[in-house]
Design a protein around this ligand. Structure first.
Ligand SMILES: Cc1cc2nc3c(=O)[nH]c(=O)nc-3n(C[C@H](O)[C@H](O)[C@H](O)COP(=O)(O)OP(=O)(O)OC[C@H]3O[C@@H](n4cnc5c(N)ncnc54)[C@H](O)[C@@H]3O)c2cc1C
Length: 481
């Protein structure tokens, strides 16, 4: 499956001349931090998705906002596409340079710029990885809460509006980002938001760029909200006779308002995959994984109440852990999921899909998806941040088997349409990238035209990560003669 449109780029002499001129200026600016080497371009032409890779024309490694601004001015003048790049862990093809152009790799912009424990915030450059940030602030007693599993960059997480296992308690990147510095397509630098906890001052530009997947500008600084480390943590797992019983338990736990910090679901196929990958011996049954944060008495009280709810729904083998090592052991299966899926039916690839629905619709939506995949004859382990109504189905496919890919795409499409029809969304956290563009019109209707107007206003030549997010994207414009 190849989503690459014939690029107006490499075959086009005019584009080639513009690119040559732009690259000469980028070399003047950055010396060997501007590269057109094949291996560097190959690394920056793919992400962790199943979408076909495509090499960019060049890759640059800026170290400051001023350099990003200068890069944007050069690319803007020569009408060369720009694709911001964080850690490359996108799973919807958001990074693939389908129109060629220059990849702006932010990995050398990885500084913690300021840390303000009294205000529970910090300011970081976009290339800082989330685990490194947590290491840097460890001694303050604070932590950065958003945990998408992969060791993603803060800029990439901001731009995909990432979330993960902690979201049910601490929120998504939309909640974590208080303000931004952004370089626009023409090189202008703007600031959005502030370090204040709230503001009524004008349009909320911060949240326009959060989740924009690099299509509106390049994020160069992020002000992040931090949380105090919990005094005490209890982790727990519980197995269930069927997926419905597990999901009903998750919904009941959320509706009871007990305030869990993590609430994750793995179906029996996913458990089988992690058993095989991590040499575990978990019973091949649907499981819920929990985490409770608070004082020792609060967490043990919540744990007892959750255990009772689980047992009411047929849950068994409720196992708790308080020591860090024990907790890690319990969570190993959850954290190994992606790699376990990759290994389960090797050399098949993962077509990962991600929907989010109202909690009350979760059980029906997941049941229908499982049945659909079964009828299509596709192995499709499921895991979910079910406390948020969010789940991922990992369709294992042979990319060279067009008929199987088509069946998997049909399962994905029906899942997404069901999710939207019941009041949900085509992506809870992975973003639109290439894979979910076609669903935006169904989900947003006329509001999609408003999004297109915003894109046109901020990036009239369609240079910022072209071909992503919006269906029927703007053509990439050449400069006037
Ligand atoms: C094993 C695994 C597990 C995952 N689990 C989760 C999960 O639980 N939850 C979740 O949300 N995601 C998950 N993901 C997906 C991925 O980790 C997230 O989408 C993450 O936010 C991407 O961050 P990144 O730094 O890798 O960004 P990249 O993949 O490099 O980029 C992602 C997008 O952001 C844009 N971008 C990057 N940096 C900037 C910038 N500075 N300015 C503007 N745009 C920028 C890019 O152009 C691209 O469109 C998972 C991925 C893997 C491989």
């Amino acid at each position: 499956m190849n989503h690459t449109r014939p690029a107006p780029s490499t075959a086009d002499a005019t584009y080639a001349q513009r690119l040559e001129a732009a690259f000469a200026q980028l070399r003047d600016l950055l010396a060997d931090r501007a590269s057109a080497g094949e291996s560097v371009r190959a690394i920056h032409g793919r992400d962790e998705s199943w979408h076909a890779p495509r090499m960019p024309d060049a890759v640059v490694f800026p170290r400051s906002t001023a350099e990003v601004s200068a890069i944007a001015r050069i690319c803007h003048a020569h009408r060369i596409p720009m694709i911001p790049f964080g850690a490359g862990s996108s799973v919807e093809g958001a990074l693939i340079p389908t129109h060629g152009g220059v990849v702006i790799d932010t990995s050398q912009m990885d500084k913690l710029l300021s840390l303000n424990p009294g205000n529970f915030d910090c300011v970081v450059q976009p290339g800082l990885l989330r685990r490194a940030l947590n290491e840097l602030i460890r001694d303050t007693g604070l932590f950065f809460s958003v945990d998408p599993g992969a060791d993603a960059s803060i800029g990439g997480m901001t731009s995909t509006r990432a979330s993960g296992t902690n979201t049910v308690r601490y929120g998504t990147m939309a909640d974590a980002v208080r303000g931004l510095e952004v370089v626009l397509a023409d090189g202008r630098v703007i600031r959005t938001g502030s370090r204040a906890r709230k503001s009524s001052a004008g349009y909320d530009l911060t949240h326009l760029f959060v989740g924009a997947e690099g299509t509106l500008g390049i994020v160069t600084e992020i002000t992040l909200r931090l949380y105090p480390r919990p005094e005490h943590i209890i982790s727990a797992t519980c197995e269930f006779p069927d997926a419905g019983a597990a999901v009903d338990t998750a919904v009941a736990v959320i509706q009871s308002g007990l305030g869990v910090a993590r609430l994750e679901f793995l179906d029996e196929v996913m458990i089988s995959a992690v058993n095989q990958y991590s040499r575990l011996e978990l019973p091949c049954a649907p499981h819920l994984f929990f985490e409770f944060h608070g004082s020792p008495s609060q967490t043990s009280e919540i744990s007892e109440l959750v255990k009772a709810i689980a047992e009411d729904n047929g849950g068994t083998a409720f196992a708790c852990a308080t020591q860090a090592e024990e907790r890690d052991r319990l969570w190993r299966a959850r954290h190994d999921c992606a790699y376990a899926c990759m290994a389960y039916e090797r050399p098949k690839r993962m077509m990962t899909t991600d929907v989010c629905v109202p909690l009350t619709e979760l059980a029906d939506c997941m049941r229908a998806a499982r049945e659909d995949a079964r009828q299509a004859g596709i192995t499709a382990p499921i895991l979910g941040h079910v406390g948020d109504g969010n789940f991922h189905m990992v369709l294992l496919i042979d990319p060279d088997d067009a008929e199987q890919v088509q069946r998997a795409e049909d399962v994905n499409r029906r899942l997404v349409e069901r999710a939207i029809a019941c009041g949900g969304t085509c992506t809870g956290e992975h973003g639109v990238g290439l894979g979910k563009r076609e669903y935006l019109r169904i989900e947003h209707g006329e509001a999609l035209e408003v999004m297109r107007s915003i894109k046109t206003a901020l990036d009239p030549y369609g240079l910022m990560n072209p071909g992503k997010v919006l269906p029927e994207p703007l053509p990439v414009a050449a400069p006037q003669a």
